[in-house]
Design a protein around this ligand. Structure first.
Ligand code: NAD
Ligand code: SER
Length: 317
């Protein structure tokens, strides 16, 4: 029986992953945790919760041992834009936090899922159909911690036999929780603004293509990879995964299929634009498709249709 601890569970991914995993594995078998004192009222609060600061190894060890955890989904992190504003915090949470999780997993023989990111690539990476194995010289603190994390997870697998697995997520788009300080967040905010004001001023410039994915596919990726037969896994910790690639113009065109009067303008933020410029335009995710059957369900228009329908309900419009 699986007994799962999710760190950083109150963030954009965790808010939905906790609920999905509780449906799949049983409410009592999925412990949500975060540095924040309690979950917000709602579905997430209807199950076990622990305060775990991942920079404090004892807090992780206590929950894992007390609850008999055998799988850790490690989501606690500082994302790209916040990481550029607070690089030391990003280093401490992303690197020390992961190290602490891996040490507890080594001791308790728990499996570990850790997401990497398109941020693990940099300006010298081939930007189109970026291969699985290629140049990784990121220029952001977030990206540095993501490459370091990929290598650290490989190390714990090779040296100690810890069952580590992970994917390089692209920008994730969702309607339940707002994104937590990334560069791709514009692709979430645009939907809220399209519905509320029929206009969005994008901080990412025209022609800036990045990989993206709708949250239901991201949740499937985590569960599918953790359920995959380990004998079929060659890469383990840093699978390229993607569902679509677009720039603000292409995204706006998709929204106009449902809101014809939607207008897009630009107010480019040099920091986030600089980060976006250093990331690939599109990933090659063949390895994930071949090794564990990755196959996303949502393309851009299917995602737009669902996002707008769900947000209309959420915003009571
Ligand atoms: P998020 O910022 O929405 O949530 C992160 C959570 O971590 C927050 O709830 C925060 O309170 C918590 N946290 C911060 N410091 C902590 C600490 N010291 N101890 C415990 N919890 C702490 O992030 P997310 O979007 O849910 O991302 C989760 C993971 O997925 C991260 O590793 C991120 O790099 C990766 N990822 C996300 C995206 C995306 O678009 N959302 C894309 C690629 C990779
Ligand atoms: N969505 C994330 C970010 O922009 C990618 O890792 O930081």
């Amino acid at each position: 029986m699986k007994k799962i601890l999710i760190t950083g569970a109150l963030g954009q991914i965790g808010t939905e992953l906790v609920v999905a995993m509780r449906k799949a594995y049983g409410t009592g078998n999925v412990i949500a945790s975060d540095i924040r004192p309690s979950p917000p009222a709602g579905e997430l609060a209807e199950g076990p919760y622990a305060v775990v600061d991942v920079t404090l190894p004892q807090q992780i060890a206590d929950v894992v041992k007390q609850q008999g955890i055998n799988q850790i989904v490690h989501l606690a992190a500082i994302l790209s834009a916040t990481g550029e504003a607070k690089p030391k915090l990003a280093w401490d949470v992303n690197m020390s936090g992961l190290f602490n999780v891996l040490e507890v997993a080594r001791e308790t023989k728990a499996a570990v899922f850790t997401p990497s990111s398109i941020a693990a690539f940099g300006p010298t990476t081939p930007p189109d159909k970026t291969p699985q194995n290629t140049i990784q010289r990121p220029t952001t603190m977030y990206g540095i911690t993501k490459v370091g994390g990929e290598l650290l997870c490989d190390y714990y697998y090779l040296k100690y036999g810890v069952d580590t697995r992970g994917v390089r997520f692209p920008g994730l788009i969702s309607y339940v929780a707002l994104p937590g300080g990334g560069t791709t967040d514009y692709a979430v905010h645009i939907y809220y603004e399209a519905l509320k004001h029929k206009h969005y001023a994008s901080y990412i410039g025209k022609g800036t293509f990045m990989d993206m994915m709708y949250m239901p596919d991201a949740l499937d990726a985590i569960v599918q990879l953790m359920e995959a037969n380990p004998d079929h896994l060659i890469h383990r910790n840093a699978f390229n995964v993607t569902a679509m690639s677009f720039d603000p113009e292409k995204l706006a065109a998709s929204i106009r299929k449902y809101i014809p009067e939607f207008a897009l303008s630009y107010n480019v933020d040099p920091v986030r634009q600089g980060i976006a410029n250093s990331w690939p335009n599109s990933l090659d995710d063949t390895a994930a498709r071949e090794e564990w059957g990755w196959n996303p369900k949502y393309d851009l228009d299917a995602m737009t249709k669902d996002m707008l329908a769900q947000l209309k309900v959420k915003l009571a419009l």
